[in-house]
Design a protein around this ligand. Structure first.
Ligand SMILES: [Zn+2]
Length: 451
């Protein structure tokens, strides 16, 4: 998420209390979902011959199935994911479902079936994975949202929208501008004023956008209302984002990971690990080879549970995670996979000069240790060359930051790495308002990371 690429959460929550078939065990749901997919969902017709059958272990049955890619979803079309017995046209006509197109580049755009009732139920279940979320979120409380208006909200690049013009049901969208680098002091002051006036019990935020606001709050010594919980979503949360947000907000922070195709997949607990939303998804973990950081590091394929209108099996979300080494968490939750961290997009993996994988999070850990850096972007420009742009805080000395970032990257990529670091003005996000902190500009074959 990213963390949470392509999330849509701007639709008001309906009043139902959950779906009726939520009491089955995750193991039973794994079996039922796979068998439904193979027997009754056109998109999986060609997978049937791969199934070793009901007598086999369910994990082995899933492991025989391929990954479902966005290209597969585009090729099949949305109707191919509807189980037989459900009438797609009737579902659309009744408003029970609609079609939504995810944002992003052409390669990333997919049209999905959107089932609000299932989405809400998936979200509610994820709240149980963080005690403050479970206590504070009811699906009916006022909520402020701070993200790119192209992800959720009302975009307006000419002038500003009034407070009432950014309301939708229980939501207040704090921002109508796509690029935080262009936010004015008055715009950020308005956000603070509106938080103080609206006093939302919960704030849902893109971490880079909230970090930008948090730096403004600290630098201007403003007092700001503290929500009972802040949920970070929409994109990958950097450790720098956490640091700046913590300087302005004492509210509990929880990172929520999911996507339009899969709903809510992981939620950060109060002990800082992320737990699987096991009632609504299955996660298959495919480890990297040991020489690339496995077996705790790997990619994930997500299967959705309990969505009567759309069956998604082994969807390749394109993200990497690191499993919690002990397999346990101090919070005591033990349903499904526990992960120590989301490691970023597979497409953002760089390699050291010897070809070993370096994840986005590994770069983030290295750079976030350098005091004075507010923002960064690292590009791999050749097999052994790395170019970093950094933004320094007002009290930091750029030459010192540059040399410390260069040293951190040389330690990460090794002695054969050629590193250059340049201080820049505020960095701008990519369309539709998401920062890409690490980007390889060379061709890298992700298949080489797996054994
Ligand atoms: Zn936990």
């Amino acid at each position: 998420m990213s963390v949470t690429e392509n999330r849509v959460s701007s639709t008001p929550i309906a009043s139902e209390s959950g779906l009726a078939w939520g009491e089955h065990s995750p193991g039973r749901l794994s079996v039922d979902t796979l068998e439904t997919a193979l027997a009754a969902v056109p998109a999986y017709r060609t997978w049937r011959h791969l199934d070793p059958g009901p007598g086999s272990d369910i994990d082995a049955r899933y492991a025989r199935m391929p990954a479902l890619t966005k290209a597969d979803m585009r090729a099949h079309g949305v109707r191919a994911f509807v189980p037989s017995g459900k009438d797609f046209d009737r579902g659309i006509a009744s408003g029970e479902i609609e079609c939504v197109k995810t944002s992003g580049t052409t390669d990333e755009q997919v049209t999905n079936i959107w089932n609000q009732k299932w989405w809400n139920a998936s979200e509610r279940a994820s709240w149980q994975l963080h005690s403050s979320a479970a206590q504070s979120l009811a699906g009916s409380q006022p909520e402020a949202i701070l993200t790119s208006p192209l992800c959720a909200g009302m975009p307006c690049e000419t002038g500003y929208l009034p407070f009432e013009g950014r309301r939708l049901g229980r939501f207040l969208f704090l921002n109508e501008k796509v690029n935080p680098a262009e936010w004015t002091r008055e715009h950020m002051d308005r956000m603070v004023d509106e938080l103080n006036r609206f006093q939302p019990p919960s704030l849902e935020a893109n971490p880079s956008f909230l970090a930008r606001l948090a730096r403004h709050i600290v630098s201007t010594n403003r007092k700001v209302f503290q929500p009972r919980i802040i949920v970070l979503t929409y994109e990958y949360p950097s450790l720098l984002h956490y640091r700046f947000i913590r300087e302005a907000f004492s509210s509990p922070l929880a990172s929520s990971y999911g996507c339009t195709e899969c709903g809510y997949v992981f939620m950060e607990c109060e002990a800082g690990r992320l737990h699987q939303n096991s009632r609504f998804c299955r996660v298959d973990f495919l480890p990297f080879a040991e020489e690339h950081g496995g077996p705790l590091l790997g990619r994930i394929l997500v299967t959705t549970f309990q969505n009567p209108w759309c069956v998604v099996v082994r969807f390749d979300v394109g993200d990497l995670v690191r499993l919690e080494p002990s397999g346990a968490c101090p919070c005591g939750r033990n349903g499904g996979i526990t992960i120590a961290a989301v490691e970023g997009r597979l497409k953002n993996v760089t390699v050291n000069p010897e070809g070993k994988a370096v994840t986005q999070r590994q770069v983030d850990v290295a750079i976030s240790r350098v005091a004075g850096v507010e923002e960064y972007q690292v590009l791999q420009t050749s097999r052994a060359e790395y170019s970093a742009s950094i933004v320094c805080g007002p009290s930091a000395a750029p030459p010192k930051c540059e040399s410390q970032v260069a040293e951190a990257l040389r330690l990460l990529y090794g002695p054969n790495a050629k590193v250059s670091v340049t201080t820049r003005g505020p960095l701008s996000p990519d369309f539709p308002g998401k920062y890409r902190l690490v980007k390889p500009l060379i061709a890298i074959d992700p298949a080489s990371f797996f054994s």
